[in-house]
Write a protein that binds this ligand. Structure first.
Ligand SMILES: [Zn+2]
Length: 201
């Protein structure tokens, strides 16, 4: 039985066998793109995921920023920023920050590597289908870019009152944001199912 693809704009069902998966196709009714040509390879996705894991390590180990004001110096890490919010009684916000800047990106990268590396050598990871579904759920919760944008705005404003020195973690976060974007664009759920060798069950 042929697989069916729904148009994201008008929900018209199309048979997936109508065109090869690597060809750009449009909906016959509303002409919105149904699928775009994909040039992603597992090698690229694994390289980006490995790069993201190294950047994530650097972003969490080294100081995010150091501030010097009136002779006193203070520095904090990414996790320290979330703990700071917790200490100031913004507990829900602290949990949200921790989940979206640490747990979700880490889970995204680890689960991707978990399914991609076995695929690369022609095998299937244990629980592959479950993990691919998990990746689809986890992906929208990664907000590194939002955190980074907020941090940069805060640091620019703080620079009027204190000497602010961006740390290695901040630069790592910038690179991590770019790396995660590139990784996410190359590992859509459709692409993962295609690499897994079949459509979503
Ligand atoms: Zn349509």
């Amino acid at each position: 039985m042929p697989l069916v693809m729904l148009c994201p704009a008008c929900d018209l069902a199309h048979r997936c066998t109508a065109a090869p998966a690597f060809v750009r196709t449009r909906c016959v009714r509303c002409h919105k793109p149904l699928q775009v040509a994909r040039d992603a390879t597992i090698d690229t996705a694994i390289a980006l995921a490995a790069c993201a894991s190294v950047l994530m390590f650097l972003a969490n180990v080294y100081p995010l920023v150091a501030m010097h004001v009136n002779g006193a110096s203070r520095q904090t890490t990414l996790i320290g920023a979330a703990l700071g919010l917790y200490d100031q009684h913004y507990k829900m916000l602290a949990v949200l920050v921790f989940l979206t800047i640490f747990v979700a990106p880490l889970l995204h990268v680890v689960t991707l590597l978990y399914v991609l590396v076995p695929m690369w050598i022609g095998r299937s990871a244990y629980g592959q289908n479950f993990v691919i579904r998990l990746i689809t759920r986890v992906r929208p919760w990664s907000f590194t870019e939002v955190f980074l944008l907020g941090s940069v705005v805060a640091l620019v404003r703080l620079a009027k009152f204190a000497h602010v020195v961006p740390g290695i973690a901040l630069w790592s976060c910038v690179l991590l944001m770019l790396c995660l974007s590139a990784m996410t664009s190359r590992t859509s759920s459709e692409q993962l199912w295609q690499w897994a060798g079949r459509g979503p069950p």
